[in-house]
Design a binder for this molecule. Sequence first.
Ligand code: ZN
Length: 319
Amino acid sequence: MARLHGILFFKIFFISTLLSVTFAHDASDKVLAKKIFGNFTSPAKLSPESLGKYNNGCLNGGVELPVKGATWQHINSKRGRNWGHPTLIDFTKDLSEKVTEFGWKGLYIGDLGNPRGGATPYGHAAHQVGLEVDIKFKKPKSLNLSFRESHNDHRYGKPAFKELNVVSKNQKNVNSYWTREHMNILKAAAKDERVNKIFVNAAIKVWMCKNAKSEGRSWLMKIRPERGHSEHFHVRLKCPEGSPNCINTPLWNKYKNVDGCDKQLAWWVTERLKPKKKVVKKTVKKTVKIKKKYKCTHARCYLPEDLPKACLRTLHFNN
Ligand SMILES: [Zn+2]
């Protein structure tokens, strides 16, 4: 009898442990992933691993970039988005040191990611797997700005840090704040083996296509045209070793000697900027139509169960 009790106890213990591991997350709560991940102040202390896609994933073993270093200062540190995979932290420090060769004191660093990665409560779709960092175009005068001076997120007081916009109002060219030093920095970043791609405003890439040396231009392919990105550039690293479930976006190294200075790039600063033709609305007969329910598929709407399964472990991991 005692033995039977023992087995029964073991069974109950085993099943309940299994349940608590598997179902600790209560899906019926419908709490958005961005809220849960945005609230973490500590990483999941597991071996470093980027999980999932850049815009749908999470991070184990996150490392914090100190707010200030010899060659960098993190901007908007109150957001707590100064975490990343160790490779990203190393890359960020390395690039900030490298730019001293171009006459810069260092770099102002924008958002990396949450301590456990995942969606951010506001601002980004990507930055989820600890492999992305935004870097400001503003050349630092001081890397010892005060709390106020290093913030421009209105949630934390009156914005004081002024961004530097390097693109003209019509979005077709760079403006007078753009310098060759900026290109040198972007080139150094793109030539780094760890980098997958870099997003900049299309007008910036157009300038670089015209002004980069004619030989050895394959690094230019990694510089990708985007909207926005006129005050900072966004660096995305390749999936690092030890992250078998991290999903790279297509790598550009197969396009040897191709620079991406093509028709598609020209489209960004011509056709795309043309005012849209007004669509004349046809009078619709008043019939009762059942409206299709709008399904939000953006990162801001993800529930934890929309993330890779392994991220549920990250989410519930108790250090
Ligand atoms: Zn970014």
